[in-house]
Ligand binder design. Structure first.
Ligand code: NAP
Length: 470
C-alpha cells in the first residue's frame, strides 16, 4: 500500500513487508520513506491548513459524519485486515472497529463545540471598560505517531479531534501494522482537501524522529512506549506534545471482594489482545487470605480460553505481534520462575503464540512486574493488608489506570485517593475505557489527556480578544 501525501499516492525504492504473525505470510508491503519524503508531507500539510480553516464547523462535522458511514459500511473488511496484521481475534477486531466508529462520531459532534468564553477583565486591576473573549484556534499541523496494538482506534483518537478543530495531520503508523490505518486515511482523504490527511511509513527512529524535530510541525501526539516517549519529550522543542505511554496497571483484590467478579476482570483485562494492552491488568495484588481460592478459580477460567487462528470466530487468544515479542515474554516469565515464582497454568510459547499464563508467588521487585510485560500473563502478588496493597500498587514508575475490588467503601476510597494513576475504577479492572472519558496516565505513563473533548483542548491554542470600550 502506498503512502498518501498531498492527495497523491507515493511509494519509495525501499519497501518493508507487513507480515501476518499467525502464519508468517506477507500481507502487503509499505514504502520505507526517508527524510525527503517526510519534508514533502510536512510541506503538503502546511499548504492545506488554509483550505481546512476556511471550511465551516458545520461542513467539517458533516464530512466526519460521512466518514463514520463509510467506516460502518466497510466494518468487516477493516476488521479482517486488522486481524491479519496484528494477530488479534476477529471478534476483538470487530470491537476495535465499533470503538473506532464511536470515536469518529464523537469527534464529528465535537467539531460543533469548539467554544471560547467571555472573560471579565473588570475583575482585574484597571480592567474596567473592556469587553473580552477567547477563541480556540487550531495549532496547525499535528503529527500522530501510533503503536501496533490498537492501531486504528488509537490513530482515530488523534486525527479525528485534530481535524475537528481544523488541524491538518501527518500519520506515522507503526511499521509492524500500518495497513488498517493507511486504508482508513484514504476514506478521510476522499472527504477533505488534498494535504489535510497525509500518511508516512518508514522507521520511527528516522521519519518519526524527523517529524518530532521539525519546526514546521506544531504538535506531536504520540502513543507508544515510555522509552520512545522520553526521547520525543527531549527532542520536541517548543511544540506541544501529548504522550500516552506504557502501563503496568494494578488490580487490587481485598479479602471482602467478590472473587468471581475479580476473576472475570483478570480474564478480560490480562488476556485481551494477548495481553498487549496499555491498560491491561499487569499486576494482581491480592490479600493472602483469599489468594488460594482466587488463584484456583482464575486458573480454571484461564484454561477455557481458546488459542488458535485469529480469523476463527471461536478463537479468544490470538498471537502476539511477532515471534520476537512472544520470545521476550517467554524470557521474562522464565526469569521470574528462576527467582521463585510459580506457573499455575500456561507458560508455553509456540511461534508468535504465548499461552495465557497465571503465575503465583511473584515478588514486587521481579522484572516481570517492575517493567511492563506486554503479553498474556497474570502475575499474582500476595500481600498482607490494605497498606501493603497500596504500597505495592504505587511501587513502579507507571500510573496509567488501576482497578480495586472490594465491597468496603472506606477501603475503596482509600485506594481511590492514594493510588497514583490517571484513572482508578472500583469493582472494575483497569482495562476499561469509553472513548469520551479523559484518558491519560500519571508518572511515567504519560503527559496530557485524550478522549475527544480533552484532545481538542490539547490541539488548540487560546487567543484573547479585548475591545476597549472606554
Ligand atoms: P513504540 O515502539 O514506542 O512505537 C510507537 C510508535 O513510535 C511507532 O509508530 C514507532 O515507529 C514510533 N517510533 C519509534 N521510535 C521513534 C522515535 N525515535 N521517534 C518517533 N517515533 C518513533 O511502541 P509499541 O511497541 O508500538 O507499542 C507498545 C507500547 O505502547 C506499550 O508500552 C503500550 O503500553 C503503549 N501504549 C500506550 C497506550 C496509551 O494510551 N497510554 C495505548 C497503547 C499502547 P516504528 O513502528 O517504525 O518503530
Amino acid at each position: 500500500m502506498d503512502m498518501l501525501i498531498g492527495g497523491k499516492h507515493i511509494s519509495s525504492d525501499d519497501l518493508e513487508e507487513v507480515i501476518n504473525p499467525y502464519n508468517d505470510e506477507v500481507i502487503d508491503t509499505v514504502p520505507i520513506a526517508h527524510r525527503q519524503t517526510a519534508d514533502l508531507a510536512i510541506d503538503e500539510a502546511n499548504k492545506a491548513k488554509s483550505a481546512l480553516v476556511e471550511m465551516s464547523a458545520f461542513k467539517v462535522s458533516n464530512k466526519l459524519f460521512n466518514v463514520v458511514e463509510k467506516l460502518k459500511d466497510n466494518r468487516e473488511d477493516f476488521a479482517e485486515l486488522l486481524t491479519l496484521e496484528v494477530g488479534k481475534p476477529i471478534n476483538e477486531s470487530l470491537v476495535e472497529l465499533d470503538r473506532s466508529i464511536e470515536t469518529l462520531k464523537l469527534a464529528a459532534e465535537e467539531a460543533k463545540r469548539i467554544y471560547g468564553e467571555s472573560v471579565p477583565l473588570d475583575a482585574g486591576l484597571n480592567g474596567k471598560g473592556f469587553f473580552a473573549f477567547t477563541q480556540r484556534l487550531p495549532l496547525g499541523v499535528v503529527a500522530a505517531i501510533t503503536p501496533f496494538n490498537y492501531p486504528l482506534n488509537l490513530t482515530i483518537h488523534k486525527i479525528a479531534p485534530a481535524i475537528a478543530c481544523k488541524n491538518t495531520v501527518i500519520i506515522k503508523p507503526p511499521t509492524e501494522a500500518p495497513l488498517t490505518v493507511m486504508k482508513f486515511a484514504e476514506l478521510l482523504n476522499d472527504e477533505f482537501p488534498d494535504g489535510v490527511v497525509n500518511t508516512i511509513t518508514g522507521y520511527g527512529s528516522e521519519v518519526g524522529d524527523y517529524l518530532v524535530c521539525s519546526p514546521n510541525v506544531d504538535k506531536i501526539s504520540f502513543t507508544g512506549s515510555i522509552t520512545t516517549g522520553m526521547m520525543i519529550s527531549q527532542k520536541a522543542g517548543m511544540k506541544k506534545v501529548t504522550l500516552e505511554l506504557g502501563g503496568n496497571d494494578p488490580m487490587v483484590v481485598l479479602k471482602d471482594a467478590d472473587i468471581e467478579k475479580a476473576v472475570k476482570g483478570v480474564i478480560n483485562g490480562a488476556f485481551l489482545n494477548a495481553g498487549q494492552v496499555c491498560m491491561g491488568v499487569k499486576r494482581i495484588i491480592i490479600e493472602e487470605e483469599i489468594a488460594d481460592e482466587f488463584a484456583e478459580k482464575l486458573v480454571s477460567e484461564t484454561e477455557k480460553l481458546v488459542m488458535g487462528n485469529p480469523l476463527d470466530k471461536t478463537t479468544t487468544l490470538g498471537t502476539l505481534i511477532s515471534k520476537k515479542a512472544a520470545m521476550q515474554v517467554e524470557e521474562t516469565v522464565n526469569n521470574a520462575v528462576e527467582d521463585g515464582a510459580k506457573i499455575l497454568t500456561g507458560g508455553v510459547r509456540r511461534d508468535a503464540f504465548y499461552e495465557a499464563t497465571v503465575i503465583d508467588n511473584v515478588k514486587p521487585d521481579m522484572d516481570l512486574v517492575v517493567r511492563e510485560t506486554f503479553g498474556p500473563v497474570a502475575p499474582i502478588i500476595r500481600v498482607n493488608g490494605l497498606d501493603e496493597a497500596i504500597e505495592v500498587a504505587n511501587g513502579t514508575e507507571y500510573g496509567l489506570q488501576a482497578g480495586v475490588f472490594t465491597n468496603d467503601y472506606s477501603k475503596a476510597m482509600r485506594c481511590v485517593q492514594e493510588i497514583e494513576a490517571g484513572t482508578v475504577f472500583v469493582n472494575k479492572q483497569s482495562t476499561f475505557r469509553t472513548d469520551n472519558m479523559p484518558f491519560g496516565g500519571f508518572k511515567s505513563s504519560g503527559v496530557g489527556k485524550e478522549g475527544i473533548k480533552y484532545s481538542v483542548e490539547e490541539m488548540t491554542k487560546t487567543k484573547l480578544i479585548g475591545l476597549n470600550l472606554r
